[in-house]
Design a protein around this ligand. Structure first.
Ligand code: PMP
Ligand code: GLN
Length: 388
């Protein structure tokens, strides 16, 4: 038999699947993979259910249901002040994951350089490479994860096709500030590069921070693709409904990729997502406030147990340094160890690096988008285990 594609067949199973499998095996409290306990807003699920029963369950338009594309454009106007042409500048995808793939396959020409910021979400690098892109990686360093400006500037060149980055940022919970965003934008303008911005946690942001899309910065409207996800904004991660907003010229190639990847996304879930994007402001305020309260509940307790808890400015996650607990193995060892011995699962942060061996290996990421009872059960188990 001829061999399959070497890049793809050389990849391991994603850390989320591995850790959730381990959590099932040991019946641990799973604070690894990021998915909420909450069911999501009733009206969003009701809208999807009603549409499933009474709506048109056939192929929707390739770009997405008009109602959802209009809702994405209205939402961009409401929260970012962006004027978006819903007919030419919005595409509905099967999750942000597909949206990322569509942008990367649609924009990258083999040999193009692509700037990425580590730690990074695990789907980015395989797709960049499969698209023929040459990754130029810039690393943020804990505990503040601030942008190393000179290194970022050095990573750009006239061969740079695009930068792909994520804010609020998984796994390190950083929110890029206005100066950092402007610095990235200045490099995009200088080198005539695109920005692909993964903004799936745009509404999961804390301590009165406000999400700013790089698309709103001078000279960026015409060179940015921004990506959102119903999974995160409406606590329905299994739906896999994403949306891309990009200028019409960029969108052409992105949509062509979508047309031959998935072509469409289930219409009832699109309808439910449109309902969600039109929820009043207080829904979004409450979502962020509840998540912040959960961050504090888990973060405070982990610190009391003896973890060093790093700041979390957004996302579902808090990063912890476990060395103060006296554990000397790697982060992978630690996450397996607490799953088996304490009955709580976390995710090793080194999984978010191209070469995990050169990354810091003493950080575990805990997910807090859970019911209080789930968080308390995890806290109780970890407390009991480490205070033996
Ligand atoms: N980007 C980031 C940073 C994420 O954390 C996730 C969550 N899984 C995704 C993309 C993918 O989102 P989706 O489930 O909508 O494909
Ligand atoms: N985004 C989620 C996380 O970081 C998981 C996504 C997935 O399982 N692919 O945990």
């Amino acid at each position: 038999m001829k061999s399959a594609n070497s890049l793809m067949s050389g990849l391991g199973t994603t850390v989320f699947e591995v850790m959730s499998g381990l959590a099932r095996e040991y019946q641990s409290v799973n604070l690894g993979q990021g998915f909420p306990d909450d069911k999501g807003p009733e009206e969003v699920r009701r809208a999807a259910a009603d549409y499933l029963m009474d709506g048109h369950n056939q192929y929707p338009p390739m770009m997405g249901l008009p109602e959802l594309r209009q809702a994405v454009a209205e939402h961009a106007k409401r929260f970012q002040g962006l004027e978006i042409d819903w007919q030419r500048e919005v595409l509905v995808t099967s999750g942000a994951t597909e949206a990322l793939g569509d942008c990367l396959f649609g924009l990258i020409e083999p040999g193009d350089e692509v700037v990425l910021i580590e730690p990074l979400y695990d789907s980015y690098l395989p797709i960049v490479r499969r698209a023929g892109g040459i990754p130029k990686l810039v690393r943020l360093e804990p505990p503040h994860w601030s942008l190393p400006r000179q290194e970022l500037a050095d990573a750009f060149s006239d061969r740079t096709k695009l930068i792909l980055f994520n804010t609020p940022m998984n796994p390190c919970s950083k929110v890029f500030d206005a100066e950092e965003l402007e610095f990235i934008a200045s490099l995009c303008r200088k080198h005539d590069a695109y920005a692909v911005c993964d903004e799936v946690y745009e509404h999961i942001i804390f301590d009165d921070r406000r999400h700013v899309s790089i698309m709103t910065l001078p000279g960026m409207r015409e060179r940015t693709a921004r990506i959102g996800s119903a999974g995160k904004s409406f606590s329905v991660t299994g739906w896999k409904v994403g949306y891309v907003t990009a200028p019409a010229d960029m969108m052409k190639a992105i949509a062509k990729t979508h047309q031959f990847m998935t072509f469409t996304t289930p219409p009832n879930l699109q309808w439910g997502t449109a309902t969600g994007l039109r929820l009043a402001d207080d829904y979004y305020v409450t979502l962020a406030r509840d998540m912040q309260r959960k961050r504090d509940r888990l973060g405070t307790a982990l610190a009391e147990i003896g973890f060093e808890v790093l700041p979390s400015h957004g996302t579902y996650f808090v990063t912890t340094d476990f060395r103060p607990l006296g554990f000397n193995g790697t982060d992978e060892d630690f996450c397996r160890h607490i799953t088996v011995e304490a009955g709580v699962t976390a995710v090793p942060v080194s999984a978010f690096y191209d070469d995990s061996k050169t990354a810091a290996r003493h950080f575990a990421r805990f997910c807090f988008c859970k019911h209080d009872a789930t968080l308390d059960a995890a806290i109780e188990r970890l407390g009991r285990y480490f205070r033996r």
